[in-house]
Design a protein around this ligand. Structure first.
Ligand SMILES: NC(=O)c1ccc[n+]([C@@H]2O[C@H](COP(=O)([O-])OP(=O)(O)OC[C@H]3O[C@@H](n4cnc5c(N)ncnc54)[C@H](O)[C@@H]3O)[C@@H](O)[C@H]2O)c1
Length: 350
């Protein structure tokens, strides 16, 4: 089997490399990435890309279709991956996340790829009441990032069929240690705060709901999606990926970290405007369709794994919210250095 992973050089990608090398040792694995965060490696030893057979560098906005020759499955992770980046680079976000995703799916179908797995997001439920959201419930994307995921799912749907299987995995908020750790994710931020200053600062009033998933479990779900039987779920499937047990309020996450790390002070801002991005999610469908690929790494184990990762890094930066552990800060720094232009294209490509 030949599998192409786009956006493999980010936070989630390395977990996918590890999962697929273990579950499919004979597969030919290809990576395709722009390399924005290539320097943000956070584990010692070989680069995570060394687990792959081939690494391509390029831009999804001008994706060379011939890379898809002989490819059986595409795992599409490449994208502008959070709200702060999406708000700062709105048009670029639509171009990369929506237009290019549909474009690569069309090229994949034309070249005979059989399975296309899209990294979608539960953030498309936006602001919702406390009732856990099912896949068929109305969507309420509040940001450019979330909208880009909605538009992509909408335009992938008609492509599915005739032997081309599309699976949109609506992931919970990711967490856990990675070969390219990022700290602009809620649990990772809390653990880093506890680690560096014994202090967790919740920027909201702590009430928003966030389902969580460890990146290892994301990779497990992707593994399932490639082989899933289209007679259950259909050639196009959009499914929430996470666990009903792991819908948390943000303040609960902080408290969970404080339980593992004694002496941590949690500060909640009682005057903060409630964060509008709040959603509880129902994961029944995923449980039914993928009983053997259910999430395994729970909150406590994830906190411990992050802690151990920070120990190994000898992590000290209490001001990490202004560091290259934040994806937007990396892009800003590459722009300041003149390496990237205003459209997030590498200047040396011109
Ligand atoms: N992290 C989460 O909480 C989460 C949750 C749900 C869904 N997702 C989705 O999963 C995917 C991976 O997330 P991540 O946390 O690893 O993000 P990340 O930002 O760490 O990695 C994204 C990767 O995509 C690459 N990329 C961006 N634009 C590109 C382009 N034009 N051409 C080629 N490569 C490009 C980047 O270089 C980077 O390596 C994203 O699509 C994200 O939206 C993430």
């Amino acid at each position: 089997m030949k599998i192409l992973i786009t956006g493999n050089m980010g936070y989630v990608g390395p977990a996918v490399n590890h999962q697929f090398r273990a579950s499919r040792p004979d597969a030919v694995l290809l990576g395709f990435d722009m390399g924005y965060f290539g320097n943000c490696v956070t584990t010692p030893g070989a680069l995570p890309e060394c687990l792959l057979d081939v690494q391509y560098f390029g831009d999804m906005r001008s994706f060379p279709a011939d890379i898809l020759d002989g490819v059986d499955a595409v795992i599409h992770l490449a994208g502008i991956s959070n709200d702060p980046m999406g708000n700062t680079y709105e048009q670029v976000t639509f171009d990369i996340n929506h237009r290019s995703s549909v474009d690569v799916a069309k090229k994949a179908k034309a070249r005979g790829v059989k399975a296309f797995v899209f990294a979608s997001s539960c953030s498309m439920y936006g602001s919702a009441d406390d009732r856990p959201k099912k896949e068929g419930d109305p969507l309420n994307p509040l940001t450019a990032y979330a909208k880009s995921k909605v538009y992509t799912e909408r335009d992938l749907q008609p492509l599915a069929g005739d032997g081309f299987k599309v699976t949109c995995l609506r992931f919970s908020t990711a967490c856990g240690m990675s070969d390219r750790l990022r700290l602009d994710l809620v649990l990772n931020d809390f653990v880093a705060g506890a680690f560096t200053s014994k202090r967790i600062t919740i920027l909201s009033d702590g009430t928003p709901w966030r389902p969580l998933i460890n990146i290892k479990d994301m990779a497990r779900a992707i593994d399932w999606a490639i082989d899933r039987d289209p007679s259950a779920g259909g050639p196009f499937l959009a499914v929430n990926v996470g666990s009903d047990d792991w819908n948390y309020q943000v303040k609960e996450l902080a408290q969970a970290v404080a339980l593992v790390v004694p002496g941590v002070e949690v500060s909640i801002n009682p005057n903060a405007q409630p964060d509008k991005r709040s959603y509880r999610v129902n994961f029944e469908l995923f449980k039914k369709l993928a009983p053997n690929h259910q999430p395994q790494v729970d909150l406590k184990a994830t906190i411990q794994e992050l802690w151990d990762g920070l120990v190994a890094l000898r992590f000290k930066d209490a001001d990490f919210r202004n560091s290259h552990y934040m994806r937007l800060k990396v892009l800003e720094s590459l722009r300041d250095k003149g390496a990237l232009d205003e459209n997030l294209c590498w200047r040396n490509k011109r």
